[in-house]
Ligand binder design. Structure first.
Ligand code: TRP
Length: 331
């Protein structure tokens, strides 16, 4: 059975784009594969969060993924910093990661531009840590979005380099698992832009209140309306329909599609309906997020079990790696 590993950014407030772009697929994968999902809190240190923020974020992310349906009985869900084997493998991999290749990665160059006052070594070696995350479980598949493809390519490089250097077959070469063409839906923003994103400020969070959802949807960008029968929908309008496609019943979508095509559509009605359907969709998730966030016992149980399972897998690999490198115990 293929092993799947995916890291989750440790900032909370998942939005609809995250849900339909990634989380929904994780939930499906946990049924078919051996899955490890972890909250990448070591990685988050590159931006120097305050201790309180770091903790709150990790807790929020954990609660949100559980609320969405990641099932700790099926998947191993854990917090990266609970698994000391990961930083150890990272240290070992760093010895064979070269300044030139690390400097050339686009994510490093982007970050260096975004935070010129804090171009730390952790940013530079971010892909090494990510490689350690992945290969410590001998992963075969890594579900990642486009923006992470280069980092994954680096992980493949480090895995192969280790195998070649020691003439072993310890690490499989991890492949990207993309949902594109399959179930992957790119959720647009409400501002007419192609993509919903937290930093774009156009997102609807899963934990968002109904009032706030209504406000945001009613403010969504539209145009003057269709002028001809059956005309193509411009991007801003298509965006609203794409959102409807994922949250509304098919006959509702068909109703508004028809109204668009015969030029009788009223965008106000469409937005009202869309808002209510988003609320219906997110409400149970929001309820569970609130419940789970309050249940510290449950959260610590999940984190503890996850850490145990992850360490079991990680320590096996690390033991093998240490032996191969030549760290053989005298005691
Ligand atoms: N870099 C990923 C992101 O920003 C998060 C991540 C860390 C990750 N380690 C990983 C993803 C390992 C996949 C596998 O989204």
């Amino acid at each position: 059975m293929p092993t799947v590993v995916s890291g989750i950014r440790s900032t909370g407030n998942l939005h609809l784009g995250n849900y339909f772009g990634a989380v929904k697929n994780f939930i499906e994968m946990q049924n078919e594969h051996q899955t490890f999902f972890f909250i990448a809190d070591f990685h988050s240190l590159t931006t120097h969060p305050t201790p309180a923020d770091l903790h709150t974020n990790v807790k929020q992310v954990l609660a949100e993924y559980l609320a969405c349906g990641i099932d700790p009985e099926k998947a191993t869900i854990f917090i990266q910093s609970d698994v000391p084997e990961i930083p150890e493998l990272y240290l070992l991999l760093n010895m064979n990661a070269y300044l030139g290749e690390l400097e050339r990665t686009t994510s490093f160059k982007d970050k260096a531009r975004q935070q010129p006052e804090n171009v730390n070594a952790g940013l530079l070696t971010y892909p090494v840590l990510m490689a350690a995350d992945i290969i410590i479980h001998k992963a075969n598949l890594v579900p990642v979005g486009k923006d992470q493809e280069q980092n994954l390519e680096m992980a493949r490089t480090f895995a192969r380099r280790f195998n070649r250097m020691y003439d072993v077959e310890t690490f499989p070469t991890p492949r990207a698992y993309t949902f594109e063409g399959k179930d992957m839906v790119k959720i647009p923003g409400l501002d007419g832009s192609g993509k919903m994103g937290k930093s774009e400020g156009n997102a609807i969070a899963l934990a968002e209140s109904p009032e706030s959802i209504r406000k945001k949807v009613m403010r969504a960008v539209t145009d003057e309306g269709p002028k001809e029968l059956n005309q193509n929908k411009p991007a801003v309008i298509q965006n609203l329909f794409t959102l409807m496609d994922v949250v509304s019943a098919p006959d509702v979508v068909a109703h508004f599609d028809l109204a668009y095509n015969n030029c009788s559509i009223r965008y106000g009605d469409l937005k009202k309906q869309l808002a209510e359907d988003i609320i219906n969709f997110t409400n149970p998730i929001r309820g569970r997020i609130n419940e789970i966030s309050k249940d510290n016992d449950y959260l610590s149980r999940v984190a503890k079990n996850g850490a145990e399972k992850a360490r079991e897998s990680a320590s096996k690999t690390l033991k093998e790696v240490r032996e191969i490198i030549g760290f053989r115990r005298f005691f």
